[in-house]
Design a protein around this ligand. Structure first.
Ligand code: DLZ
Length: 155
């Protein structure tokens, strides 16, 4: 999937409570995603931030569900899954994607999807918001979550 066509979103998250749930695999890339998410939260004036670490991306949905059910206005899920030689990649990606979608639709709490699903580490580094990266998916996930809270506010 290409990142071309992504919208420029300016968001104001003043007063929002946002929980970032982050997996722990692929440290360098994850550190970039987390830093990008923190930058975007600060730029959006979000001061009430909770960060939760889980072992892998498979564990993101249960943590997101807990946060959504306990007062978060939005959740941002960060993970890095890199394809290996077995079908495990598909199962972890599918569980994370389906699980996070289910959390947001079931609870009504927006979940920003910052889970990278890449063929190799270079693809992940390109999207990690690090110096030299082409994209900053941690920041994008924060902006999408806040923009969705704002969009749903008046319904
Ligand atoms: C097992 C596993 C593998 C092989 N690869 C990744 C990965 O690239 N990224 C990730 O976030 N997690 C991976 N995991 C761990 C699973 O998500 C999960 O933590 C374990 O299966 C234990 O439930």
């Amino acid at each position: 999937m290409s990142g071309a066509g992504a919208p420029q979103i300016t968001v104001d998250g003043t007063g929002l409570r946002i929980t970032v749930v982050a997996a722990s695999w692929h440290t360098e890339v994850m550190d970039g995603l987390l830093a990008g998410a923190r930058r975007a939260l600060a730029a959006a004036h979000v001061t009430h931030v909770t960060e939760i670490r889980v072992p892998g991306s498979f564990e993101l949905p249960v943590a997101a569900a807990r946060a959504a059910e306990h007062g978060a206005d939005a959740v941002v899920a960060l993970g890095v899954v890199i394809r290996g030689g077995t079908p495990h990649f598909e199962y972890v990606c599918s569980a994370a994607t389906t699980g996070l979608t289910d959390v947001s639709v079931r609870t009504g709490v927006p979940v920003g999807f910052g889970v990278l699903t890449c063929d190799d580490e270079q693809q992940a580094l390109d999207r990690a918001g690090l110096p030299g990266s082409r994209e900053d998916k941690g920041a994008e996930a924060v902006e999408a979550a806040i923009a969705t809270v704002v969009a749903l506010r008046d319904l």
